[in-house]
Each structure stands twice: as C-alpha cells, then as structure tokens.
Design a protein around this ligand. Sequence first.
Ligand code: NDP
Ligand code: AKG
Ligand code: MG
Length: 407
Amino acid sequence: MKETKITKNNDGTLNVPDFPIIPFIEGDGTGPDIWRAAKIVMDIMVQAAYNGKRKIIWLEVYAGEKGYQETGEWLSDKTLDMIKAHVVAIKGPLTTPVGKGIRSLNVTIRQKLDLYACVRPVKYIDPVPSPMKHPEKIDMVVFRENTEDVYAGIEWESGSEESKRIISFLKETMGADVAADSGIGIKPISVKNTKRLVAKAISYAIEQGLPTVTLMHKGNIMKFTEGAFSKWGYEVAKEKFGDRTITEQELFDTYNGVQPEGKIVIKDRIADMLFQQVLLRPEEYHVIATPNLNGDYISDALAAQVGGLGMAPGANIGDECAVFEATHGTAPKYAGLDKVNPGSLILSGAMMFDYMGWKEAASLIRKALAATIKAGTVTYDLARQIQGAKEIRCSEFAKAIAEKIKK
Ligand SMILES: NC(=O)C1=CN([C@@H]2O[C@H](COP(=O)(O)OP(=O)(O)OC[C@H]3O[C@@H](n4cnc5c(N)ncnc54)[C@H](OP(=O)(O)O)[C@@H]3O)[C@@H](O)[C@H]2O)C=CC1
Ligand SMILES: O=C(O)CCC(=O)C(=O)O
Ligand SMILES: [Mg+2]
C-alpha cells in the first residue's frame, strides 16, 4: 500500500492515488461526534465500493479549541499548509464567539486558502421529512462567494478611535452623515471575486445540464456592492459563456419564452423576494450565485426545506484546493451527547468523493443514508418530524448506515 498525496494538474483536474492522504479537522462542539460517525461511514463505503483497492489515509490537523490545546494556536500556518499540500480536506465546525473574541476560523480558512466558492447543494432525499408539500421539487445548488462581502472582517467597534476617525472622514471628506456612536463594518465586493464565483456557478450548470443560474442580490439598496454583483454576473456570463447563456429578458424578447436547447437562462432576483420564491416555486431555481452574507442566510433556510441542518452538506472550493464541511455550526448545546445528525458531514464526505472521482463510494453513501432513514431509524432532529420513527444516537445512526451496506 502506497500512501500518497492528491495532486492537481495545470488544467485543474486531480490526480487521486488509490491510498490518498486526506487531512481532517475534527471541529468544536458536536464536531467530534459527527466526525467519528462520518469517518465510520466513509471508510466502510470506500471498502464496499473498491474492496481494499482504495482506502483513505486520514491525517489529523488541528484548528479551533483542540488546536489551541494541542499547539497554542487556534489556526496555525502548519494546518493551512497541510491542507494546501494535500489538495482535498474535510472539517467539522469551529466555534466563533459572538460580538467579541477571535474572528471566525472557518472564514479564515476559506480566505487564506482562497476557497472562493462555497458550494451547498440542497436536494430532497426521499423519505427525509420536510415542511414542504412537494419537497421533491427542491433541487438547487447555492454558489456563495466565500472570501469577501461583510465577511472580510473589516470592522471597528462603536466608540473606538478607528470608528471615530472613519466617521469624521465620512462626514468631512465624503459628505456622509453617520451617527457618532456607530460601529462600522466594510462590505467590499469586487469585480474579480464576483466574476470567478459566477463563472464557477455557470460552469457547474453547463456540466450538470441545468437550465438556470440565478444571481441573488440586494442591489436595489446596496447598488455598488450587491447591485454590482448582479451586473458583473451578467457580464461574465456574456464574456465567458456567450454561446451557452441567454438572459431572462432575451428568453422572452427573442425566444418567446421557449428556452432554446443547450442555453442556460441567467436571471437575477432581489434577495428578500427570492426567499419566498424558493418556498412557493422551488422548481424554477437550479443554481443560485450570490454574495457571502446572502449565501449564508439562504443556505440554512433552504436546508430547512429538505430535513434541516443535520442533512445539509457543503464544500469550499478554490483553484488550488477544497475543504468539505457541513453547512451547520457546532450546535454547542449538544456537544459530547452523541445526539446530533451526522448526515450533514456524511453527505459532505459524499461530495468529497464525487470531487475526487470516487463516484461509486459517493453513491453508496447516499443510498445507504436514504435506506436508513426509510427504515425509520433516525437521530433526534428527524425523529421529531417523522411519526413513529425510532430515535437513535449519532454513532448508532452511522452504524445503521454502515449495516445497510453489509446486507
Ligand atoms: N462552518 C462552521 O464551522 C460554522 C460554524 N458556526 C458556529 O457554530 C456555533 C453555533 O452556531 P449556531 O448559530 O447555534 O448554529 P448551529 O448550526 O451550530 O446550530 C443551530 C441549530 O441547528 C440544529 N443543528 C445544527 N447541527 C445539527 C446537526 N448536525 N443535527 C441536527 N441538528 C443540527 C440544532 O437545532 P435544534 O436546536 O432545533 O435541535 C442546533 O441547535 C457558532 O459559534 C457559530 O459561529 C456556525 C455555522 C457554520
Ligand atoms: O464561521 C462561522 O462561525 C459561521 C459561518 C457560517 O455560518 C457559514 O459559513 O455558514
Ligand atoms: Mg451559516
């Protein structure tokens, strides 16, 4: 058995050895519980799919509370370097204190490794419980810009020297009046980061044969950030994918509302309105490309439509490397209780296998997870939505998924 690193070719394709070393971060709060469960499932599915010819060699790297305990650093350069060197990694959630303390380590990982696309698929898996009448109509992927917007972390506290200076600069130089006791945050949205994110979303729609890409923004209010995101999104669609895309306007003006074969419709929606449309007419949305904050909000809201955060996977993808992680956070009140649903991280593992080209293992995971839910053996979050279901622990859920493969 030869353990080696995954590498990336100049054209962006991966070389995946049969025994790839994959770094993982366990995570804080419920992270260790869901990590242990996800690891069991990933290892068993790889074994079942490839019969020993392929195997993941897991390599723990530290961040968050465990990182601080083990190394004295919340997030070390060593951890970032290891992820970069191994191209593909997976992580549990990391805690970010509210209103004080360290900045988000999750966001720092994305920024430092330039993982500019946060990709969060939202697909109904029969028979997961859903509050929707027709959950089978939900099949969307959110492409959330992952490096800038208000998440850039440029902000100053109310009353600080810095915020006072900014406020007086705004008044004296820019003629803008801001209440003197305001905290100040900066919302940068750039041409480059918008265009590469929207290009990735359109490429995905082309690869998957999806009919639409929707630019989600609040550009009526924030004209030069969110409005510009939409404008630059349309621009990159024309510049890079002119032969494969049409706008919604063109669909009606030129094609009488009949979508031509092989063309993707690029449309835009104002964020608040889109929240109601994905509830009322989810079948009209396939890929949603959006700035960081909108993407954060809508991905949790969409997760609720297909079973909740316990079932919501995700990936942070850049040109150099990718880090897979659940959409949810550390769910601290359940930490160490072996209670929460590991489905989110297990499905993130399936996304990771797809990304590596290990489609058979990914498919086994999804089938076994669905079969386990169908059998009515589920964690607390799904048990409270399914009448007559048997509530089992996080670790038992992982074992039940693994059992489905042995049969
Ligand atoms: N990428 C990351 O690492 C992220 C980190 N965070 C961080 O996590 C911490 C907690 O954030 P919070 O806002 O409470 O959000 P969380 O996503 O951690 O949890 C909110 C609620 O969602 C439900 N939930 C979350 N995970 C699961 C799961 N695996 N199975 C079942 N239900 C689940 C629970 O609902 P219920 O109470 O109904 O049972 C839980 O109380 C914060 O420090 C935050 O910054 C947040 C998001 C992402
Ligand atoms: O980093 C955090 O603590 C929160 C991030 C978050 O909510 C997300 O990425 O969805
Ligand atoms: Mg979030």
